[in-house]
Design a protein around this ligand. Structure first.
Ligand code: ADP
Ligand code: MG
Length: 342
């Protein structure tokens, strides 16, 4: 390991100064970034602004035993960008508040910011400010993201209509199984500090847990295809729970076909190893940060062969309820169970 500088050697302003030097601004709407009492933003005319915050608390949302700070930083930004994506908006700026316990070094905070810097680069977002304070406990990170969308083009949870197709991006259940693997390795390591975790074999699911991506790629592709979702939400708590959110907000029901649910092969293998039902993992596993959205039936042909999008069902009148349709054709009411974060 390289040198370790205690936080108090630099002080709050020294730390902010040091962090500021690594930050690049890319957005035309950022007029002034870090350094004054507030940042100045100048969004283009005809745009709506979306804003959202996510708070990450050590021991609740992340566990530094198995999550490198760089990944925590990346994920903190990615989960916020995911909320902007779910509004059909483009992320533009973030502000970051951190409360840091005394056991953290300057280098540790720099690692956290390196992860945030990488995510800012990946999503073309400017870090324009924040706040820094000491904490009696561990690390708390609050990220607020701003995004832009052409006026009136933001997609809410409430626009789904009966007969709309229900679609999901990517594949599901991976983040939950990644967490199962990490928890198991942690227990083995706590029992025997000589224990060397073998995560290679589980790299797909571990990556899904530690370093999720916001699906901005799909948002840009939908725009190119001329597809405007009627409703949308990102999957942070699990497909079942998010489907029910869309149904409730839109005043409709849904039919979700278990046969259509997308799972990656590595996820399926880990589910088998842990004797977990893959369907339950896809329905109730959180933190996949894929997008769940509805489109008019007329868009079927535009979307059916898209490699990153799966049609998993369709919306129905509210009176029919929200049901899972099993392989045998049986209807089972969808329930928001959710696997709670550790
Ligand atoms: P104030 O006392 O007015 O809140 P600060 O000294 O906290 O000012 O902040 C000075 C500048 O540094 C501001 O532009 C602020 O947004 C930025 N800043 C402070 N903490 C952070 C942080 N953790 N990450 C990014 N920018 C920060
Ligand atoms: Mg401040």
């Amino acid at each position: 390991m390289s040198s370790v500088t205690p936080l108090n050697a630099l002080g709050e302003f020294g730390l902010i100064n040091r962090l500021q030097q690594t930050i690049t601004l890319r957005q035309p709407s950022t007029t002034l970034g870090i350094g004054d009492d507030a940042a100045i933003l100048s969004p283009a005319a005809g745009q709506d602004t979306v804003i959202s915050t996510d708070l990450l608390v050590e021991g609740v949302h992340f566990d530094l035993t198995f999550c490198p700070l760089k990944h925590v930083g990346y994920k903190a930004v990615a989960v916020n960008v995911s909320d902007v994506a779910a509004m059909n908006a483009t992320p533009t700026q973030i502000v970051v508040g951190i409360a840091v316990g005394a056991r953290y070094s300057v280098e540790a905070i720099e690692e956290l910011y390196e992860g945030m810097r990488l995510a800012c680069e990946a999503y073309n977002v400017d870090l324009v400010g924040g706040d820094t304070t000491a904490s009696r406990g561990g690390l708390t990170i609050s990220v607020t993201v701003l995004g832009q969308v052409a006026q009136g083009q933001a997609v809410r949870r409430s626009g789904a209509q009966a007969n709309d197709l229900l679609c999901v991006t990517g594949d599901l259940g991976g983040a939950l199984l990644g967490l199962q693997v990490l928890e198991r390795e942690k227990q083995a390591w706590q029992a025997d500090p000589e224990f060397q975790p073998e995560l290679e074999k589980y790299s797909y699911v571990v990556q899904r847990q530690l370093r999720p991506e916001a699906r901005m790629d799909v948002i840009y592709e939908l725009r190119e295809l001329g597809i405007m979702p009627t409703s949308m939400i990102d999957i942070s708590d699990g497909l079942a729970s998010e489907t029910l959110h869309l149904c409730q907000a839109s005043g409709v029901g849904a039919r979700v076909f278990t046969e259509n649910l997308p799972i990656a092969n590595p996820t399926l293998e880990v589910a088998e190893e842990f004797s977990l039902d893959p369907i339950m993992c896809m329905l109730n596993g959180g933190e996949d940060y894929e997008l769940l959205f509805t489109v008019p039936l007329a868009d079927h042909d535009k979307i059916k062969n898209h490699p990153d999008i799966t049609i998993i069902g369709h919306m129905v009148p509210q009176s029919e309820g929200a049901n899972l349709i099993t392989k045998a054709g049986q209807a089972v009411p969808l329930r928001a169970q959710g696997f709670k974060h550790f």
